[in-house]
Write a new protein. Structure first.
Length: 445
């Protein structure tokens, strides 16, 4: 930070900028803004960190990150599956505004869609604000060259285009390619040896350790702990079966614990690189997941899992650390959704957002700094067959022809349907969902 603009002063400027839809960038010196490290886990359930209640293994690095910053207990993914959530983060908008955001998820059998090349993204906006930009890890927003990360504002890309890779061969069953690894350095396919989680962690350490004259924005998108459930000790297992067989859907609780320890330790190495570079205090770190957990996740006290719009499918862990701005050791019940992290990062950077392409997310900087208390939100979800809305404590859920209303203030497990007893609340949440849905692209037929 500089003597001309303190971290706290800059926070006030950035929050004000966000409130005005970020239509005008705040003129500040580059070193007056934070570096940004956004870490996204894949299929990590709400309770899969020990600081969120996981009973059978520990995640000491992420637990310590929570102790150093703020832990959210009401954070949500924008969708219960990966492609639409990633679309939401990259654009800052509801995924249902985009054809690629309707894919659940994008596969080789999907239509040839991807994130439109002309679409403003968090990376194009951060680069416009004077940041170096990089994505390490999973993209999953299109395979064609015009859909790839380098065409959407990322100066550097090292990672995968597909949804799930074998952790050792790096082959992706969902890409349509069964012999070549889905690992790319910018637009060049590459090969390397190593457990995929470690490969991404080590690359992030290298990126942070580079000499630079600009602040950086790094998205580190792990594939862990997504299937195939393979731990670092599974190298000797036969990895030649890349179809929907036992290898892909196997695993165990012990294997899942190994995968989580690998990611936790890798994040520890990345955070240590920040310390060595003396960037720890000048870096905004955000950690979250792209949707709820799957077979081996611990989602208690919530119901269901990935693919569903009950809390177990969309409520996720989220941790934010920014020394000097975010007080340490705080826990908040503030409701937040994927697009909010986009808005928060852009606000912290003083980046511009064109009024013609407004964000659906809200900057959480005032909440993070303690300048604003917890407030109610209206958030909406939709899949091909399901719908949901959270308005304050009320949760509307539509499953096929059935509709429900739950009070999340007293019923986190969504067990008691209050549709008949609370008719006014049900009518209001359903009406607000319908109004939102009318602004989105129609469901695919």
């Amino acid at each position: 930070m500089t003597d001309q603009l303190s971290r706290r002063d800059f926070l006030g400027v950035a929050a004000g900028t966000a409130a005005a839809a970020l239509t005008t960038a705040t003129p500040v010196r580059a070193q007056g803004r934070p570096n940004v490290l956004f870490i996204l886990a894949d299929d990590l359930g709400y309770g899969d960190l020990s600081c969120y209640g996981r009973p059978d293994y520990k995640t000491p690095v992420l637990d310590r990150l929570a102790e150093q910053g703020m832990r959210f207990t009401s954070a949500y993914a924008a969708a219960p599956v990966c492609t639409p959530t990633r679309c939401a983060f990259i654009t800052g908008q509801y995924p249902q505004r985009f054809a690629v955001g309707l894919e659940e998820p994008l596969t080789a059998e999907s239509p040839l869609v991807g994130l439109p090349a002309a679409q403003p993204t968090i990376a194009t906006r951060m680069r416009g604000a004077g940041y170096e930009t990089a994505l390490i890890g999973k993209w999953h927003l299109g395979w064609k060259p015009e859909f790839r990360p380098n065409q959407h504002g990322f100066d550097d890309f090292y990672g995968s285009l597909s949804g799930a890779l074998d952790y050792f061969t790096h082959i992706a069953p969902d890409s349509g390619e069964t012999t070549l690894p889905d690992l790319w350095e910018n637009d060049r396919r590459v090969t390397t040896d190593g457990y995929l989680t470690d490969v991404f962690s080590d690359r992030a350490v290298e990126y942070i350790s580079r000499a630079r004259s600009k602040p950086f924005y790094l998205s580190l998108h792990y594939t862990a702990p997504h299937a195939p459930w393979e731990g670092p000790a599974d190298r000797a297992v036969d990895h030649t079966d890349h179809g929907p067989g036992p290898m892909y859907y196997g695993g165990s609780l012990g294997t899942y614990a190994q995968m989580m320890r690998s990611m936790d330790e890798g994040i520890g190495r990345v955070l240590a690189a920040l310390r060595r570079a003396r960037l720890e205090r000048d870096t905004l770190v955000i950690f979250t997941s792209d949707n709820g957990g799957e077979r081996y996740s611990f989602n208690w006290p919530f119901s269901f899992q990935k693919l569903y719009l009950y809390e177990g499918g969309i409520r996720v862990p989220a941790i934010v650390r920014w020394p000097g701005v975010v007080p340490a050791g705080r826990v908040t019940e503030q409701a937040a959704v994927t697009m909010d992290w986009t808005a928060t990062i852009l606000a912290a950077a003083g980046a511009q957002v064109d009024a013609a392409q407004p964000l659906d997310g809200e900057s959480l900087l005032p909440v993070l700094s303690g300048e604003r208390g917890v407030y109610d939100r209206a958030m909406f979800w939709r899949t091909r067959t399901r719908a949901a809305a959270r308005i304050g404590r009320w949760k509307y859920v539509q499953e096929g022809d059935a509709e429900h209303l739950y009070d999340l203030g007293v019923d986190l497990g969504e067990k008691t349907d209050l549709k008949a007893r609370e008719a006014a609340a049900f009518a209001d949440t359903k009406s607000r969902y319908s109004a939102w849905a009318a602004e989105m692209l129609p469901r695919p037929t």
